[in-house]
Design a protein around this ligand. Structure first.
Ligand code: UD1
Length: 390
């Protein structure tokens, strides 16, 4: 959206924070929209370094055409407390040096909350993209990150209308909240054409691409939630049911480093030793998009995949008891099956029998969410800083 106003000289840049894989697909369209908005919004990209290796980080930066971060805090892995504390410690001097007009955080990872907390104590406005989602499950670290970030944030952008009721319940004033749609779907739509085919991805990884020619199609699997993969008694039955499912439909399983490490630690590799289960490392964005788009079904505990499968019209069985993204169940292709092997089997059978959900694409998941954020944030920052300097 073009306005006649210029970016005020006294306003600092918008610091945009990314930390972990699910942040990257949200931030890419935002940075592009800020650059193309007239006037453009100056940005500074800060990477906390929560995810750092080639599979979890570099490939996604390349695929999403994200610019090289201006600053990398290089915190790496650690316990939640250590990771959060280290991001805070390293982010504070960045705020002091840059004097930003605001800090924009996305999603619900530890870096999201850590940077928000630093801003709160320094009176720097926080903008939260993907605000108001709630699983109402406080055992999920992400739920704590969401609730606390939203309490502190000054401007909150939502992906679905249910988020507004959640925020109202927690006393967040309505005028702080703005419904813009889903920036992750902006990324999906703008990269759909360049996604790699499943056959190419398998071939590049050294597997026989014929696996995806099965007449019943193929399934895609991801698992990484601590509640599913950190304890042998939870992980083993899940892997066993995946093995059963693979007799019906071949599976491509993109293994998160946490899951791979736990499979090794509990010596569960045998459960997955089948020609009909392809184990891949974490995938690049264009590979994953192609795998999902061509899949017959998806089995996952990821937050993002629930939304991406809904946008693609591919049935998704979510291996969790709850979701913070209810619109994917109500309108989209998502079904919560929990971690009960029986429910998983029933869900798979329904989909293979052609009775899977087809769903519809939710309101404002139209590829223009980041544009709406840029337009609103520009006006909001001008008004916010004018009020402050009075
Ligand atoms: C984090 C997010 C989660 C998100 C997920 C996607 C929080 C609380 N959780 O969980 O919301 O869905 O990312 O991946 O912020 N590791 C690597 N390479 C890396 C990064 C991590 O090998 O580049 C390994 C480390 O051994 C680490 C483990 O993966 O201990 C887990 O990483 P971590 O960032 O702690 O949490 P995730 O489980 O990835």
């Amino acid at each position: 959206m073009a306005t006649n106003e210029a970016w005020p000289a006294q306003l600092g840049p918008v610091i945009c924070v990314v930390g972990a894989r699910p942040n990257f697909m949200k931030m890419a369209p935002i940075l592009r929209a800020f650059a193309t908005h007239r006037p453009s919004l100056p940005t500074l990209l800060v990477h906390t370094g929560q995810h750092y290796d080639r599979d979890m980080n570099d490939r996604l930066f390349d695929d999403l055409r994200l610019p090289h971060p201006d600053i990398n805090l290089e915190v790496g892995s650690g316990t939640h407390a250590l990771q959060t504390a280290e991001v805070m410690r390293r982010f504070e001097p960045v705020l002091d040096a840059q004097q930003p007009s605001c800090v924009l955080v996305v999603g619900d990872v530890n870096s999201t909350l850590a940077c928000t907390l630093v801003c709160a104590k320094k009176a720097v406005p926080v903008v939260h993209v993907e605000a108001g989602l709630r699983s109402y499950d406080r055992a999920m670290p992400e739920e704590i990150n969401r609730v606390l970030t939203d309490q502190i944030a000054d401007r909150l952008y939502t992906t679905e209308r249910s988020a507004h009721a959640n925020l109202a319940r927690e006393g967040v004033a309505e005028e702080r909240v703005c419904f813009v749609g889903n920036v992750m779907i902006d990324s999906l739509l703008s990269n759909r054409e360049s996604a790699h085919s499943a056959a190419k991805t398998l071939q590049m990884a050294g597997f026989d691409p014929a696996v995806v020619d099965d007449p019943r199609g193929y399934g895609v699997v991801t698992l990484h939630r601590p509640s599913n993969v950190d304890r042998e008694e939870n992980l083993a039955p899940l892997l066993a049911v995946l093995r059963e499912v693979s007799d019906q439909v071949p599976l491509i399983f993109a293994l998160h480093p946490r899951t791979r490490a736990n499979i090794d630690r509990f010596s569960l590799g045998e459960l997955l030793a089948s020609e009909r289960i392809v184990l891949l490392p974490p995938q690049g964005y264009l590979e994953m998009l192609g795998l999902l788009a061509g899949a017959k079904l998806v089995l996952s505990d990821s937050g993002g995949l629930q939304e991406e499968t809904t946008a693609l019209g591919v049935p998704c069985l979510t291996i969790r008891e709850n979701t913070e993204r209810p619109i994917t169940v109500e309108q989209g292709t998502n079904t919560l099956v929990g971690c009960d092997p029986c429910a998983i089997r029933i869900g798979v059978n329904e989909i293979l029998a052609g009775a899977g959900k087809t769903g519809r694409v939710p309101e404002f998941w139209d590829g223009r969410a980041a544009e709406r954020i840029a337009a609103d944030l520009f006006q909001w920052l001008i008004a916010h800083h004018a009020q402050r300097s009075r």
